[in-house]
Design a protein around this ligand. Structure first.
Ligand code: PLP
Length: 404
């Protein structure tokens, strides 16, 4: 009789978004006259920019002719896209990354979930708390996290690094030494950014203790402050200890179109073994590439027109972020995020739990957000609002919250 991977049975149910949906459905059924505004979603709402749509149309037409048809993509992705990434994302910021260190994929969720496969099961992972759940859950599936305590919502073999208002939502170096460190800046869910000096400390630490950093920069396009690094490779020594994950989802609206990439520098090694080589082997064996059409669309993001258009979209969302941030401040809330990220993280008032505040906000303002406790124990007492709605809805939601 076959046996299953029992690690899957250890996964606690992921009830966050289904609970939200249930509560919102019950509310709208009971109050059909009260339109609900959703500021809980982590998905973009603006359509793809015209330069991207043009590139898609052109690529589709190419696929219709024998001379320009494309079949399987090269293992690492098309060179035109990898070159555009190197020029636009790395050389432009003084980072030494070459095109053959870039692996094109269909997004950062898959890459952030799959990357742990190239590491031994006895590695100890460290994650921020609260955290994007994929990092932890994929390590649970692999059997790297020990046992789960449902009461504390903590895995016995995971190092949690609390990110709270006390430390400005930036993790401190852990007391116990990890092997694999997941960092995500700008952060989902807290919206916090990290300064270059602080990130350099992490790079120095990882090099000192022999750890690898998996750096998720999915929200890089939202950075507005000067001192905030766009890539971990802006830090000295990062080529020897860091893998970087990027996505086209939030900077260019590819959440449904699917495109991302992972960077693994050639000198990132475990003894003599290059992680680049391992990931290349994994990529070549288990993945057949993002579609040509989509990679062409991705390259359009790096053209002058495409760049301008996607920057306008990011600016639109960040105008929402500013409105939420300022509106909540005026209403007396303790707020963070929203400056270098499309997420606003607020402290729930009057000692309410995250879920109590969810109910209160739905009931009194008819606004939906995301309870912070859904992202980890240190998210309790916090609440996430996102800037991905329309400007009109965002302003209306803030007005309602202010008059609650
Ligand atoms: N990384 C973080 C931190 C995210 O918040 C998300 C999406 O919400 C992703 C990765 C997923 O990106 P993609 O759409 O490229 O899979």
């Amino acid at each position: 009789m076959f046996r299953i991977n029992e690690n899957y049975l250890k996964l606690p149910g992921s009830y966050l978004f289904s609970n939200i949906a249930k509560k919102v459905n019950a509310f709208t059924a009971a109050h059909p006259d009260k339109p609900v505004i959703r500021l809980g979603i982590g998905d973009v709402t603006q359509p793809l920019a015209p330069a991207i749509i043009d590139a898609l149309h052109e690529a589709v037409d190419e696929m219709a002719h024998e001379e320009t048809f494309h079949g399987y993509a090269p293992d690492l992705g098309y060179e035109f896209l990898r070159n555009a990434i190197v020029e636009g994302d790395y050389k432009a910021r003084g980072c030494e990354i070459t095109a053959d260190e870039v692996f094109i994929s269909d997004g950062a969720k898959c890459d952030s979930g799959n990357i742990q496969e190239i590491f031994s099961l006895d590695n100890k992972i460290a994650v921020c708390d609260p955290v994007y759940p994929v990092y932890v859950d994929t390590n649970v599936m692999a059997g790297r996290t020990g046992t789960y305590d449902p009461k504390s919502e903590i895995w016995s073999d995971v190092i949690y690094m609390p990110c709270t208002s006390e430390n400005g939502f930036a993790p401190e170096l852990p007391r116990e030494t990890p092997d694999i460190i997941y960092l995500c800046f700008p952060n989902n869910p807290t919206g916090a950014a990290i300064s270059k000096d602080r990130l350099q400390e992490w790079v120095d630490y990882a090099n000192r203790v022999g750890a690898v950093i998996i750096y998720d920069a999915a929200y890089e396009a939202y950075i507005s402050e000067e001192d905030v690094p766009h890539s971990i490779y802006e830090c000295d020594g990062a080529r020897g200890c860091a893998i970087e994950l990027r996505s086209f989802s939030k900077n260019a609206g590819f959440t449904g179109t699917r495109l991302g990439f992972t960077v693994i520098p050639k000198e990132l090694k475990c003894g003599d073994v290059s992680l680049h080589g391992l990931w290349a082997r994994r990529h070549g064996t288990k993945y057949n590439g993002a579609p040509y059409i989509i990679q062409k669309a991705g390259a359009a993001v790096y053209t002058p027109q495409g760049r301008r258009q996607v920057q306008e979209q990011v600016a639109y969302y960040m105008k929402n972020a500013k409105a939420i941030y300022q509106g909540l401040k005026e209403a007396g809330y303790s707020v963070s995020g929203g400056v270098n990220a499309p997420y606003i993280w607020l402290k729930t008032p009057d000692g309410m739990s995250s879920w109590e505040f969810f109910d209160y906000l739905l009931e009194h303002a008819n606004v939906v957000g995301t309870p912070g406790s859904g992202f980890g124990p240190s998210g309790e007492g916090y609440f996430r609002l996102t800037a991905f709605g329309s400007y009109e809805n965002t302003l209306a939601a803030i007005k309602r919250i202010q008059s609650m």
